[in-house]
Write a protein that binds this ligand. Sequence first.
Ligand code: XUL
Ligand code: CO
Length: 439
Amino acid sequence: MSEMFKGIGPIVYEGPKSKNPLAFKFYDAERVVYGKKMKEHLPFAMAWWHNLCGQGSDMFGAPSTDKTFGTEPGTMAHARAKVDAGFEFMQKIGIEEFCWHDTDLVPESDDINETNRRLDEITDYILEKMKETGIRCLWGTANMFSNPRFMNGAGSTNCADVYCFAAAQVKKALDLTVKLGGRGYVFWGGREGYETLLNTDVKFEQENIAQLMKMAVAYGRSIGFTGDFYIEPKPKEPMKHQYDFDAATAIGFLRQYGLDKDFKMNIEDNHATLAGHTFQHDLRISAINGMLGSVDVNTGDLLLGWDTDEFPKDVYVATMAMYEIIKAGGLTGGLNFDAKTRRASYTYEDMFQAFILGMDTFALGLIKAAAILEDGRIDGFIDERYASFKTGLGAKIRSGEATLEELAAYAEEKQNPGLPGSGRQEYLENVVNSVLFGG
Ligand code: XUL
Ligand code: CO
């Protein structure tokens, strides 16, 4: 196997003063921050689809980026070359895990049996590479949204034959996840949603999705999959209404159908913002429900307003994300770069620049989140803000012992409670700025 990314890497940490474009300025894998090595706080993963398959095409233009890796696309030689390129890339950038869809790994045949044979062959090869390098699989998934058969969804399709085909893909993707030792299995409901209620039975579709997930759990457990299943919420795109709108909606769905013990969330920044939330919000909602599993790290562009899947660059956002993740006790999953280089960034070096950007941004986020926690003013303020619930009737409310009559009697006696205390938002924003930039 010949070197694909000639003259690039390995990428090493050189510190904030370095001007070397191919070096980390902040990500220092072995550095201990807040009690753990950076690489343990930041279990980065490479998304097979963007990094090895994405060629920079968009709905207005043809591919701009050559990802043939010296082979003929659509062949098994190309599939193998992507494995070679992927492992070389991960080793050079210093990433220890990867995520994949079935259709990222091999070209799909018209005959599912042949596709599955190809998947067996390529995963044998991936397994060899994993043993050679120590690189691991974070999660796998089935692409049940690209092929036109899934135009009306997979679990939510109106067509039972399509539903069975989806089941076959999930079954195979679970087999492969177990084969590769994957720690998770993702359901991103690509087309699990609808365009118009004029042709859609929402209840029927949601029940069918839940049934597909139940069958996946039963099968996965029967073949020894001990990891977490994940729902990756997204409110729209490609469908107008998607059922897994955001973390709160997906968690409610899981609870309604008794799937909450086996599933957690895979929260994606760009999906949270499409839902009108901050990334931090969806991380928090997942965490407080015990369902923060894994994270897709990317960013959208609020001026564009669609799923642009850009590499993370906003240190403030990364800081607040890491603040949530540390407070939640870390991730059982990882930080998957579900992100792509811009169409005009079409060189191999741009791929490395993109990961350096994402990894340095999250390293800074980690350092700054730890600083906020160590500073203590934010958490201290929040604690103090609810202090009236620590004693007296407040404490009784918290312990569930208070009655409505008792509270009403107290309020009637006490009369006007006055104002509840300033939220001091601007002060707190000043605190964050001083921790971020105060040295
Ligand atoms: C699409 C998206 C997917 C999932 C996996 O917006 O994020 O790539 O991460 O299917
Ligand atoms: Co994603």
